[in-house]
Design a protein around this ligand. Sequence first.
Ligand code: ADE
Length: 418
Amino acid sequence: MKHDCKDLGLAPTGKDRILWADDRMPVLRSIRERFGKEKPLAGIRLAACLHVTTETANLARALKSGGAEVTLCASNPLSTQDDVAASLIADFQIPVFAINGEDNDTYYKHIHAVLDMNPQITMDDGADLVSTVHTSREDVLDQVFGGTEETTTGVIRLRSMQKEGVLKYPVIAVNDAQTKHLFDNRYGTGQSTIDGILRATNILLSGSKVVVAGYGWCGRGVAMRARGMGANVIILEVDPVKALEAAMDGFNVMPVADAAEVGDVFVTLTGNIAVLRQEHFEKMKDGAVVANSGHFNVELDIEALDKIAAKKKVVRAHVEQYTLPSGKRINVLGEGRLINLAAAEGHPASVMDMSFANQALAAEYLVGHHGSLKKEVIRMPERIDQEIAALKLGTMGLKIDTLTDQQKRYLASWDQGT
Ligand code: ADE
């Protein structure tokens, strides 16, 4: 079995941690058990480009249990958990091509390695597999009949492809499932981003000014959790409706130029490029902490910071300190890559449980609808969303009510007023 990981000797720790996460992923586990009996993915070659974490390992196990031949590479050069990669190879016979800290060339070499297995399904977190297939690996297009996409940024890229008429196979937008973005993006990113910042810096959030760029579901999560820890939270937004929501949720709202002068900690989660730029770095206070939790490392213009800095030094793991000619120091976390995975372990297993249940069921849906889906970005069927939510509630020991017949009739009627 071909593979490329840091050190197979790390497998025992990886296995323990994978099983720890498994205990917190009951919905995905129930799918794995059903897949084991029904084999809905029998013989399907599936290439996955995801963060190589304990949670992803359990998704790969579920897919394999369904009969798929799974090959995995990383969706970010800094997010791979090397012990997990080792265990997937050694203990679960799942080929992995991923090494934490790999350079750009190796990152793409690994993407090509998973495409070399001639996948029929691609599973992406950020659309790097889909875009590589469409730009330089059209040789595999004959075989691929569908894909799935995990994240907001990836879905935006795919919609651009669809709009330009270049998308050559259907891709399910897992991100858009309610049981994905309402939980993973909000509570997962909220907690794990704070976790990453704190592990990297050990700063006190209480009483500090935390500037959150972007008030989508991820930004909301971070803002909510930072406030919960006693920070004064400032929101940066370009969308007036979201900015208004932030204001009415009780946050300070202001333009980036004003926030740059007062913030202690800055986190970007916009999905856009160059959100914090030279003119903002120049205005920041000495000791400002700057991090990104958006998918790609483009939200902080680190190149500009590099140009204006007199020197830079790694002062702690995951913290690079840039000193400006004025003597002011700006601390950049995790090279501007998504901080929750670079300095912490990503979202907790119990929220990835729902995200990856969606991924597994999306793969099953693609197989069940082979040939009948348009070459477009496809919504997750609502039925699957409801099923996952119901299963999750059950595993949390929560029961809910159902509509009475009278209530059903009332909701279906239009002639009953006051
Ligand atoms: N994205 C965010 N957190 C993650 C995790 N724990 N595993 C895989 N992908 C993630």
